[in-house]
Write a protein that binds this ligand. Structure first.
Ligand code: ZN
Length: 331
């Protein structure tokens, strides 16, 4: 069975090396040698050759759509951010060119320069053949509903490519108010993979709905990971509290808008309860398999895919057919 995974990450350490360590620390990223696990992951992120391919083979993953995570162009001023994003994408194009049968790409965008981000998205799609872009959380405290990003969203619509809303490190004020004062490294993990990332990405989607951004960009397609970032369990609650007279300025209901314009992936979530909630809300046409490599294991992901209590036809949709259609991949 063809298996496509699309929240799969890589980094280019020499490009990250262009960002001052003090800037990286100020944005809330942990230092490189905090935990042995983090070190191993850094190596796995940077490796895009035989080891990665061997782990894909062992797990039966046909194709990874690669995206950059960690410190990136959004930490730099517009001029340097534009150059970094361009070099990141050119490097990704080389990686894809070496194994076009195994890798595809999401663009890394210079988010501090929104107009240039729209142009870089277009270059990445038209010239480099990428499938869309992945955005890591907030940029200088702004979500994509900020009017400055309207040209980027319009360009994604014109190009008919999705934007993957991926979590990022929370802004400093959020870190301080919500996550400081806990023992050891627990505050950092709570602010990110332990809870905060998922809440933040769900807020990101809801802001795009409630601001009317998705009304203004009706053809915009969004992807979110982690089995829908909690939204499947919250969908009816969102309609009850945020719909009706609270948001009469919207043409569509909250969940209706989400179900029109958002696709979800299984990245890092390989248990049945959240999957069933996702299946009962988003349905099999809107769930796409993903792993979140190297933060989750390919083999754990594909074993979970094997056991899903869905029809063979729905399993094929989740494994690859939905992704092939949404991303325009040619099997
Ligand atoms: Zn991820």
């Amino acid at each position: 069975m063809r298996i496509v995974a699309l929240e799969e990450h890589f980094t280019v350490p020499e490009l990250i090396g262009r960002i001052e360590p003090a800037t990286i620390r100020a944005r809330g990223f942990p230092g490189p040698d905090i935990r042995p696990l983090a070190k191993a992951r850094s190596a796995d992120l940077a490796e895009v050759g035989p080891e990665r391919l061997a782990r894909m083979d062992e797990a039966g993953i046909s194709l990874q759509v690669l995206s950059a995570v960690g410190p990136g162009a959004d930490l730099l001023d517009p001029t340097r951010g534009i150059a970094l994003a361009r070099d990141y994408n050119n490097r990704l194009k080389q990686i894809v060119n070496e194994r076009p049968d195994r890798f595809a790409g999401f663009a890394h965008l210079p988010m501090t320069a929104p107009d240039a981000a729209a142009d870089e998205l277009e270059r990445a799609v038209r010239e480099l053949g990428f499938c869309g872009a992945l955005v890591n959380g907030t940029t200088e405290g702004r979500f994509l509903d900020d009017p400055m990003y309207a040209p980027l969203l319009a360009r994604a619509e014109q190009l008919d490519v999705p934007i993957y809303l991926h979590p990022g490190i929370p802004p400093e004020a959020v870190r301080k108010a919500y996550y400081d004062g806990l023992p050891g490294g627990t505050g950092f993990v709570l602010s990110t993979a332990g809870w905060g990332w998922h809440a933040e990405t769900a807020v990101h989607v809801l802001r795009l709905v409630l601001s009317g951004t998705l009304e203004r960009h009706r053809r915009l397609k969004l992807i979110i990971g982690h089995m829908g970032e909690g939204l499947p369990a919250m969908m009816a609650r969102c309609d009850n509290t945020l719909g009706g007279e609270v948001s009469t300025y919207l043409d569509r209901g909250v969940s209706e808008t989400i179900l029109d314009q958002v696709w979800i992936t299984t990245s890092g979530f390989f248990t049945l309860a959240p999957f069933m909630a996702a299946l009962m809300t988003f349905g099999a046409d809107r769930i796409l398999f993903s792993v979140d490599y190297p933060f989750a294991r390919n083999d754990v992901g594909t074993r979970f895919l094997d056991t899903l209590p869905v029809s063979p036809a729905d399993k094929l949709k989740i494994a690859h057919a939905n992704a092939d259609r949404l991303l325009g991949l040619k099997p």
